[in-house]
Structures are given as structure tokens and as C-alpha cells.
Design a protein. Structure first.
Length: 653
């Protein structure tokens, strides 16, 4: 029931980490903003367990790992958080796990995980380890339970283990949230959509490949979340093409090798050897870049933390906007972004490894601050101050390492790429190259500043399409979202064992009706064609309202109650596939109203807020935490009085 003076009702669709983060901020802000004399009922609607949700649920392979060190994963605000609500620190995954081995304080209320394998992992977990997703699931479950314990008695939470299929109701009245398998809808004052990462139905190319596979009795897997992929039809020794070299590829390889009984052995010289089970298919992988994502660093800063932002913060963004013209990301914004990332890199190099520099830091930074990233004088300054080219930051070389390279034989390319991967892993695990971590931290800072710039609408449509949602997202993931080093060492062992074969950059997938096989070619190895009986699109589904698998978003889109983000100017129209929300308060844009819907809010991955990471690295002022706090405060303010008026005010984020 809703609308009574003493009771308010909030429905949150989705119960994963994003919803948990919002609840944490509701708990933190309630002492200031919630009247203890009123009851607030919060319904969480999700078929998957609250806290972990679908992506981080316990029920997935123990082989699947996180790509962040345990000490770099937190669900809690800290001293870096620029929020209006109170900061409530909490343990990182590593700090929380330490309690189970007696190395850290006890974080209550929580019992030991029921799964003995997860408990054993937590007891042995070091801060620099890359935990399993099941360990992260246990952490997220605990965070959820802690949040429930921190809510005031007047705020209650109920989990409904089902799927929301529709939301109806006028903008000036209660909302009806319809549920699968239930005749009675939930009545709510406000509705928050927090479904997290959502699958999409295949695009035309994937549908064509699926049809080809059906005609010839072959295997095809469109983009899919790794834990949900059914790989059982792949036969031992079958030739399989994988398009994509990121984290989904890494997961799929683990499932198709160790997941099929293979194992790794460390030799006396430290080399890793793969021992096949005989049940593995043979895997051929290629992508646009033709190389795997850069290995995650496994060390801490050796010098002081760089003071960020410095060259791409609010003042720099305001200066860009003050020019009063359309902005192109690569031309106008990227040089500042690059300079910020470079500052993080060189700050760490000069402070942690001064013996590899030829100028005092004050002299270098004075020139660095004055010059543009692509100025000839900047190149001269860096060359003078940093003698070894290996210590200099070259984004173009990092971005496309195979550009301009060709190999006469597939074997020659295998050797080249194995060497490339080995050097990358060695560098990312050697603290002598900790400048890479300084660049990584600055990269995170840049990522956190971009949503504010995008929300102004000043980037051209073509630049958002090709540069922001295209090049930048891929480049960021390539540099910052790679696998842990042990995964790439395993990849090298699989390559040496003949299980994994590298195809090259600019991969082209085709079909051969005569042989009933998929084909792959790459200009990296001219004239070489691989035929395979299976094709896997080894990357995650791209958000798409037109093709979303979420029944609620599909229904709201079909009925015109929400809209896709469309950025248009006289030269281009860009449809991002993301759910359009108000940049100031995350309310859903409702085309039928010509404005945002006052009672519907959407957060996270499917939206154009682009603040998608539900958990974050500590002390990085995470954008999602800032958004969670602003939305929680707006919700509490709106729900704190009876809904006798059609307008619901929300504070500006």
C-alpha cells in the first residue's frame, strides 16, 4: 500500500551491487533526511540473490576470477569521496577476507561462508591476489547484510525473487510494478531501475552466422556473459574461432581448458606448462588489435600518490566549455586527457625511480604544466628528462602494437606475440615499472571526469559515436581492464601446447558454404586462412534498448515510456543504445511527457550516465558512489512527505 501519511514505498528493480550501493547510501543519509516517525518499505525485485546479483552470484565456475586485486575492490566511500552525505568507511575485499584468517578485525554481522572452498580461499587471500568471483560474491553478500543492519527500524527491505516485467502509472500518481508469475503488482511511490549489465539479442551478422551454423550442424555463440555460456557442444579437438581478446576471451579459455580437466605445472625454471586432458577444442583467437588486453599491475605505488586531477579536472572542463563551440574528443579533449595520464606516469617515475630521470622534478613539472601533450617542445622535454624510451609514455604505440607489422608464416607470428605477451606481463609485475600504475590511477581519474563533460552535450554526435563510445571505451578497457598476470602466463603455456593459436589484428570472419566452415583471415599474416567448425564472439553484449533481453526495459521502450540516448547535430546522428536519463538527477526521460519522469529513476550500466562501476578502487572518488549518494538523498527527501503533489523534487547531482 502507498500514499498514506505514515508509509512510503520504494521499488528497486535489480538487487546486485549497484542496488546494494544505493541502499548503503540510503542507510548513511537516513539519520539526516528520514523521519523516524514514518515507515519506508523498500522492495528489491531480482531473480538472483541480493548483493551479488546475477553477474557475481555464487553459482558459477570457481575458475572465473576478478581482474582487480583484492585490496583494490571496495563498496564503501572514503576520505576521497566528494559527496553531500556522510562518509561511512568499510573494508575492501582484502580487509574483509583477513578476518577469516585472524589477520584482521571481525566485521559483523556475518557468519563464515558455507562453501568450504570459498572460505579456504578467503583465509589465504592476500591483498595482491585476484580473487575468484565466488569470493567477491561472499563479500557482496556480507555488504548487503551489513547495509540491512545499518538501516533505521522504520526502513525495511524485502527481496522478491522474481522479474519485473512492466511499470505503469501516471507521473503524478503511484506506480504499478508488474512481476512475472504474480497477479498482483507492487504499488510504489518511486521506482529505481538498477538491473546492472543486461544481455542483448544478436545483431544481424550474428543471426546470419547462427543460421549458417544451423544449416551445417556447426556451433555459434553470440556475445554472452561467460558464466552463462553453454559450451558443452564443443567437441574435443574441434577447430574454434574466437573473435575478441579481452576478459570474456580469458574466461572462455579457462572454461575450455582447465574447465575440461587440463592443468598447469610450474617447471624448475619457473616456466608454466599446460597438461592437456584431451577434451579441449583447438582455439584460434583474433581481434581488432590482435593482442590481449594489457596485464593488470600487481604492485603498489613506490612513490607518493599523484595529486589528481591536475590537467583534466573541473577547471579544465569549464575552460573547454567556455570556448562556446562544439567539441571533438580526439582534437579538443584527448590532449588534456593524455596530459593527465602522462602526469600520473611521470609523477611516479620521478618520485619512485629518480635514478632513471635526468632533471629535477620541479624543473620537469614546470615545463610539463606549461606545454601541450603533442607539442614538439613537450617531446623534447620528455626526451631530455627521461633518457630511456621504455620509461616514456607513447599512447599511439600502446594502442595498436601490431600496426604496420606483417609475418610470412603463422608460426613466426605466434613467436612474436608470445614475446609481446611475456614482456607485458614481466613489466606489469615488476615494481621497477610502477610508473605504469601512476598512469593507471590517472586513467581512472580521467574516466571519472568524463561523464560531467558528456552531460553538457557539447561533444559532437560524431565524436561521441566514434571517439567516446568507440575508440575511448576500447582504449580504456585495453589499458585498464586487462587480466591478471597469471592468466596471460597460462595463455602462453596454452599457446606453446598448441591449444591456442593467434590470428592477428583486423580479423575478418567469413563463411564457406562449400565446406560448411567459418573462416578467419588477418592482414597480420597475409594469405593465411583458418577454417573452423565453431565461432564464438568472445566479448560481452553491447547495451541496446532495441534488442534488450530485459522484459521491463523492453516493455517501457515498446510503449514509448523511455527512450534511447540520441545525440544529433547537423552532420551526424548517434544512437548509443543506452537508456536516456536526466544528467542532473538520473530520472528516466519519458518521451510522452517531453521531460524526465518524476517517479522513475535509472542507474548504472544500461544508462547514459556512464558511471557504471558498481564497486571501485579505494580512494578514487568513484563516480558511481557519488551518483548513489546524490540519488539516495533525493529519494529520501522526496519520500519523506506524503505524495499529494504530482511533482517530486530531486536534488541536483
Amino acid at each position: 500500500m502507498t500514499g498514506t501519511p505514515s508509509t512510503a514505498v520504494l521499488v528497486v528493480v535489480g538487487a546486485g551491487p549497484r542496488a546494494t550501493g544505493l541502499l548503503e547510501r540510503i542507510a548513511a543519509n537516513s539519520p539526516e533526511l528520514w523521519d523516524e516517525g514514518r515507515e519506508l518499505r523498500i522492495h528489491l525485485v531480482d531473480p538472483h540473490p541480493p548483493g551479488p546479483g546475477r553477474v557475481w552470484r555464487h553459482g558459477q565456475s570457481a575458475l572465473l576470477r576478478m581482474n582487480s586485486m583484492a585490496e583494490d575492490v571496495t563498496m564503501f566511500t572514503d576520505e576521497s569521496s566528494t559527496i553531500d552525505g556522510p562518509v561511512r568507511p568499510g573494508p575492501s575485499l582484502a580487509e574483509w577476507a583477513a578476518q577469516f584468517s585472524g589477520r584482521g578485525p571481525r566485521h559483523t554481522p556475518y557468519a563464515e561462508p558455507a562453501d568450504p572452498e570459498v572460505l579456504a580461499e578467503l583465509r589465504a587471500l592476500d591483498g595482491s591476489d585476484f580473487a575468484s568471483r565466488r569470493a567477491q560474491s561472499a563479500y557482496l553478500d556480507w555488504v548487503f547484510r551489513r547495509v540491512l543492519a545499518e538501516l533505521p527500524p522504520s526502513v525495511t527491505v524485502e527481496w522478491l525473487r522474481t522479474t519485473a516485467t512492466a511499470v505503469t502509472g501516471p507521473p503524478d500518481g503511484p506506480q504499478q510494478v508488474h512481476l512475472a508469475g504474480r497477479a498482483t503488482a507492487l504499488t510504489a511511490d518511486l521506482v529505481v531501475l538498477a538491473q546492472g549489465h543486461i544481455g542483448s539479442t544478436p545483431v544481424a551478422e550474428h543471426r546470419d552466422h547462427a543460421a549458417f551454423a544451423r544449416r551445417h550442424g556447426r556451433f555459434h555463440l553470440p556475445p554472452e556473459f561467460s558464466a552463462d555460456a553453454d559450451l558443452s557442444a564443443l567437441r574435443p579437438g574441434e577447430q574454434v574461432l574466437l573473435r575478441g581478446f579481452g576478459l570474456a576471451f580469458i574466461d572462455l579459455v579457462a572454461l575450455l581448458t582447465e574447465g575440461r580437466g587440463g592443468s598447469f605445472r610450474t617447471e624448475a625454471d619457473g616456466t608454466l606448462t599446460y597438461l592437456p586432458s584431451g577434451r579441449e577444442p583447438l582455439l584460434h583467437v583474433g581481434s581488432r588489435r590482435g593482442v590481449p588486453y594489457h596485464c593488470k599491475t600487481r604492485y603498489r605505488l613506490q612513490g607518493p600518490r599523484p595529486p589528481l586531477p591536475r590537467h583534466f579536472g573541473p577547471e579544465a572542463v569549464d575552460a573547454l566549455l567556455a570556448e562556446g563551440r562544439p567539441l571533438d574528443l580526439r582534437r579538443d579533449v584527448w590532449p588534456l586527457m593524455a596530459k593527465e595520464i602522462g602526469f600520473g606516469h611521470y609523477h611516479e617515475l620521478f618520485h619512485a625511480h629518480p635514478e632513471r630521470t635526468a632533471l629535477p622534478w620541479p624543473d620537469f613539472v614546470a615545463g610539463y604544466d606549461r606545454l601541450g601533450w603533442y607539442d614538439a617542445e613537450m617531446a623534447a622535454l620528455v626526451a631530455e628528462a627521461v633518457p630511456d624510451p621504455a620509461d616514456r609514455l607513447d599512447f599511439e604505440a600502446l594502442d595498436r602494437p601490431l600496426d604496420g607489422l606483417t609475418f610470412r608464416t603463422p608460426d613466426a607470428f605466434q613467436a612474436h606475440l608470445r614475446d609481446h605477451i611475456a614482456r607485458d606481463v614481466d613489466r606489469r609485475e615488476d615494481p621497477e615499472f610502477s610508473a605504469d600504475l601512476g598512469a593507471f590511477l590517472a586513467l581512472l581519474s580521467v574516466y571519472g571526469q568524463l561523464p560531467g563533460l558528456v552531460a553538457t552535450g557539447r561533444l559532437t554526435a560524431r565524436s561521441v559515436a566514434g571517439h567516446l563510445d568507440g575508440w575511448w571505451q576500447g582504449f580504456f578497457s585495453f589499458l585498464a581492464s586487462g587480466p591478471p598476470g597469471f592468466r596471460l602466463r597460462q595463455l602462453l603455456a596454452l599457446s606453446r601446447a598448441g591449444i591456442v593459436h593467434f590470428l592477428g589484428a583486423g580479423i575478418r570472419i567469413g563463411t564457406d558454404e562449400a565446406t560448411g566452415t567459418f573462416t578467419a583471415t588477418s592482414p597480420t599474416v597475409p594469405g593465411h586462412t583458418v577454417h573452423a567448425t565453431a565461432l564464438i564472439e568472445a566479448y560481452l553484449p553491447v547495451p541496446s534498448l532495441d534488442r534488450t533481453e530485459d522484459p521491463l526495459l523492453r516493455d517501457l521502450h515498446r510503449t514509448g515510456a523511455l527512450t534511447e540516448e540520441v545525440i544529433a547535430d547537423p552532420t551526424h546522428t548517434h544512437r548509443s543504445g543506452l537508456l536516456a536519463v536526466s544528467p542532473t538527477d538520473a530520472h528516466v526521460i519519458d518521451p510522452s511527457l517531453g521531460s524526465s519522469h518524476p517517479r522513475r529513476i535509472a542507474l548504472g550500466a544500461p544508462t547514459n550516465s556512464r558511471a557504471v562501476a558498481a564497486f571501485a578502487r579505494p580512494r578514487t572518488n568513484a563516480p558511481a558512489f557519488r551518483q548513489n549518494d546524490a540519488v539516495a538523498r533525493a529519494l529520501l527527501s522526496a519520500l519523506s512527505s506524503p505524495f499529494s503533489r504530482g511533482e517530486i523534487a530531486a536534488s541536483t547531482m
